[in-house]
Design a protein around this ligand. Structure first.
Ligand code: XIL
Length: 367
């Protein structure tokens, strides 16, 4: 696998040198970390034109943006739908990409039935535990050896470091995390097991996450990495705050995966700074100022922000294993619809024509 990846990176490098073609992210950062992108069905089944060539040139890893979430892969108690997962794995194999499963245990995009009995009352803890274990067994088991890393648990903490009062926590208590990681390690002992969350740059939240991860490890539970979602803004959080998160995670003994990088350039109707899907505001032109295009000065700020982030991650390349963008290009970013629906956002490094935003390599000092 590694040999194949290296050969394909080398071949694209030779090709680029020969033709004087565009530089590829995955080649330029190959000695630092994997460069990934979130993908959906249209990309992995070849229906989105240009997705294959963008993938080929720029990305060495893929994450399932939605298709492996509980609601999609396991919509009813006795019904699994692996159409996306199978296509995702096959497409990733074709591109020799490191494949990331997202996500096994989360409170969002999980159907209500999961937490209820036949009478619609809250499920008892033994039955919920069985449901969770069966889910992990079936989904991870199907792709054992073919998906290299999993976001096993997503977003179990509040920003202040308290446990999120999700149905998982309310019914099972904090032991649900241990249960999930133990089962995941059993299903694929070689897979990289990740705890993933947003706002990991916040000290209280990070402390709670690292305490949980260290205590699992002390009990002999396999947990390899902390995923920092990295849904950032143009000037927030600061590079110093992000750097502190990277070094703290590393010192605690875990790999850093930057799992969902994007940079929101639009105004926020409130000072919400995370990625909580429950937050939603009414659409209004006031919150959608760049429908006709992003002003040049803001695009320059965005490109500089990305270059600063990538340089920071490079300085910590022995700690950061992967940097994944949350979508291939602006047209596919979830930030067009969150926290306000139907906006025109410019949150990624590739524009709606799938072109790299101008000035990035210059900002990186690699022109
Ligand atoms: C988002 C997807 O990008 C959207 O398409 C979907 O409608 C909602 O979820 N944190 C996560 C991701 O872990 O799974 C979320 O993805 C974004 C926030």
């Amino acid at each position: 696998m590694l040999k194949k990846t290296l050969i394909s990176i080398f071949v694209s490098f030779l090709f680029a040198v020969q033709t004087g073609e565009e530089k590829g992210l995955k080649t330029e950062f190959a000695d630092s970390f994997l460069v990934g992108t979130a993908v959906n069905l249209n990309q992995v089944n070849g229906r989105e034109s240009g997705a294959d060539s963008l993938m080929n040139l720029h990305f060495s890893s893929i994450t399932a943006e939605n298709g492996l979430k509980w609601a999609l892969v396991h919509p009813k108690e006795h019904e699994f739908d692996f159409a996306f997962g199978d296509a995702f794995v096959a497409w990733g194999e074709k591109h020799h990409a490191y494949r990331v499963g997202h996500t096994l245990v989360w409170h969002q995009q999980t159907p209500k039935w999961v937490f209820q009995n036949e009478q619609g009352e809250p499920l008892d803890s033994a039955s919920l535990a069985n449901r969770m274990l069966h889910h992990i067994e079936t989904v991870m088991g199907r792709y054992a050896g073919r998906i290299q890393a999993w976001d096993v648990v997503n977003e179990a903490f509040e920003d202040d470091g308290r446990w999120r009062k999700s149905p998982w926590f309310t019914i099972l208590g904090e032991g649900f995390i241990e249960m999930a990681f133990r089962k995941a390690a059993q299903m694929d002992p070689k897979a990289v097991l990740i705890y993933n969350d947003y706002n990991v740059w916040k000290p209280e939240k990070r402390a709670a996450i690292l305490e949980m991860a260290k205590s699992l490890r002390a009990k002999g539970v396999k947990i390899d990495a902390i995923g920092m979602q990295a849904h950032y803004r143009l000037d927030f959080p600061s590079l110093a705050q992000i750097e502190k998160a990277i070094t703290d995670i590393h010192e605690a003994g875990f790999e850093v995966h930057v799992t969902e990088l994007d940079v929101d350039v639009l105004p926020r109707p409130s000072d919400s700074d995370g990625a909580d899907l429950n937050i939603n505001f009414a659409a209004s032109p006031k919150w959608n100022p760049y429908v006709e295009g992003l002003p040049q000065d803001i695009e320059e700020k965005l490109v500089k922000r990305y270059a600063d982030l990538m340089k920071l991650f490079q300085r910590h390349k022995e700690k950061v294993k992967r940097v994944t963008f949350w979508g291939m290009h602006d047209g596919r970013s979830w930030l067009n619809n969150w926290p306000v629906r139907g906006r025109t956002n410019y949150a990624l490094l590739f524009d709606r024509n799938k072109s790299l935003k101008p000035g990035f390599w210059t900002e990186m000092g690699r022109d």
